[in-house]
Structures are given as structure tokens and as C-alpha cells.
Write a protein that binds this ligand. Structure first.
Ligand code: ZN
Length: 277
């Protein structure tokens, strides 16, 4: 029997601009439209950063709320995941929208170098974001950019500051962080399973590693992330036409690995989220 694969679409991110790929959705209306197309192509989680009029990363809680409302309206049951990522946002602003109670929010459990900056996640910031997520009933997606973040998350699960079962995302191929090497992903997954046997996991490949990481995650029983945040190209020859095109590519790969794109009900069951109303 085929097993469900939850496809996450990371629609916008904080880096790509319209000038890089005109398909990158910037306004909330564009983001909702792009999400709906991706949902129809098989995505069941949408990971979102919002932008201001100048395309800069925004912390405006009302933009996040408007996006969430649009997704609720147009993509019934789809799981909304707000980014608490740091690029272009002050630390105290990173959790400022969690009171809107998205299903999930991203949570990096350590610091790492990004291509052109330090992605700073000091322990007290991690703890305060985790506490806010507990307060508002938001399930974290633990972002593992470097191996130590996995052990930090396991310690937080042990202490109760993160509620089990955890959902972890392994990020591969970001310059200055972990390279997209199969042995690394296999080691990370084995460690996760040893430390937190009930945890679930996704892998994200940045840039040209996106497709290869999708293949590995499908083969190894994990879930997949794709989208213009991570990669604006379809292949060497051309830019991706839309988030939906990248989602459709993953959906089409599933059958080859005895998998199928998870339905909303399956995704919510796997992640132990409340059923959609
Ligand atoms: Zn992100």
C-alpha cells in the first residue's frame, strides 16, 4: 500500500524578488493565489513569510492574518505554517504574529551561518518562541540547518518546552550550512529516530539540490518541501513558472517510491494536528 507524503510549499521566503523570478508571490493576494494553485497540485502545508510594498521581509502580524484567512477560505483544511525566520526581521518581531494561531510555525533551534549573514538564534530567543508556540497551541516545525540543532530540539522535547511528537525539517544545500550529501541526511534521520522515535520529518533542498533532496526524502520515508523560497529555477534551462509547477513535480515523483501526496486529512493525522473544520 502506498504511504502518504506531505508536500510543503514554501511560496515566498525572504530572499527572492520579482526581478529574480516574476512568479515569486509578494502581495498577500498573490500569495493566496499561488498557495491555492499549489494546494490544487498536491501541497498540504504552506510555509509563509510576508513582504512589504518594497518586497522587504515584513513582521506585520496583520499581513500574516490576512494570508491565513485567504488560505482558510480558498484551500480548505490546508495547514498554515508561519515563518519565525530571522532574515530582515528584528528578534523581538519574529514571534509577533503567533497570537493568530496558525497550525504551525517554524523554529530554528540554534544559530548558523547563512550565505551572507549569521542566522542568530540565541537560547533565550528559541525558548521565548517555543513558549509562545505552546501558549497559542501552535505546532513547531523544528528547522535543522546544522546537526547541533537536532540535539537541542531533542533536549527541549525531553524538558517539555517542545511538545512531542516533534516535526523536524532537515535543510540541505544552503551555502555555509550542511551540504546536500546523502550520508548526512541518512545520519540525521537515524539520529532523529534514535532520539525521538515518534518524530516525523521533512527535507528541504536549497537551490539546485531541491529535486535531488525530494527524491531522497521520498525514498527514505520522509516528507518533502519545495517552492520558490528554496529554489527559483525549474532546471538549468529555465525559471520555475509557479510554486504549483514545483509541487506538481514532487507529486508526480511519489508513485515511483510507493508514495502518494497526502490529503489534508492524512497530513493532519500524521502531524497530530486537529482535523480541519
Ligand atoms: Zn522560510
Amino acid at each position: 500500500m502506498s504511504s502518504p507524503c506531505i508536500i510543503t510549499v514554501a511560496i515566498t521566503g525572504s530572499v527572492p524578488r520579482k526581478e529574480d523570478n516574476p512568479a515569486v508571490p509578494i502581495t498577500v493576494a498573490e500569495q493566496v493565489e499561488s498557495t491555492q494553485e499549489a494546494f490544487e497540485a498536491g501541497a498540504t502545508i504552506v510555509h509563509v513569510h510576508v513582504r512589504d510594498e518594497a518586497q522587504k521581509p515584513s513582521s506585520d502580524p496583520e499581513r500574516f492574518a490576512a494570508f491565513q484567512e485567504g488560505v482558510h477560505r480558498h484551500c480548505p483544511g490546508m495547514i498554515v505554517q508561519f515563518s519565525t525566520g530571522g532574515r530582515g526581521r528584528a528578534p523581538e518581531e519574529r514571534g509577533a504574529m503567533l497570537h493568530h494561531k496558525p497550525d504551525m510555525a517554524s523554529l530554528a533551534t540554534g544559530s548558523v551561518n547563512f550565505p551572507n549573514m549569521i542566522y542568530e538564534n540565541p537560547p533565550e530567543l528559541i525558548d521565548s518562541l517555543a513558549a509562545a508556540m505552546q501558549r497559542y497551541g501552535v505546532k513547531p516545525e523544528v528547522e535543522v540547518f546544522d546537526l547541533a540543532m537536532l540535539y537541542a530540539a531533542a533536549a527541549m522535547a525531553e524538558s517539555g518546552s517542545l511538545k512531542s511528537p516533534l516535526h523536524v525539517q532537515f535543510v540541505c544545500g544552503l551555502k555555509n550550512a550542511l551540504p546536500p550529501r546523502r550520508e548526512i541526511l541518512e545520519f540525521e534521520v537515524a539520529q532523529l529516530q534514535a532520539l525521538l522515535p515518534d518524530a516525523t520529518w521533512t527535507a528541504a533542498g536549497i537551490g539546485r539540490s531541491q529535486l535531488e533532496i525530494n527524491h531522497w526524502a521520498l525514498e527514505m520515508g520522509g516528507h518533502c518541501r519545495t517552492g520558490l523560497e528554496d529554489n527559483i529555477r525549474f532546471d538549468k534551462e529555465r525559471l520555475a513558472k509557479s510554486n504549483a509547477e514545483l509541487v506538481a513535480r514532487v507529486a508526480a515523483l511519489c508513485a515511483g517510491y510507493g508514495r502518494h501526496p497526502a490529503s489534508v486529512a492524512e497530513a493532519r493525522e500524521i502531524l497530530k494536528l486537529p482535523a480541519a473544520v
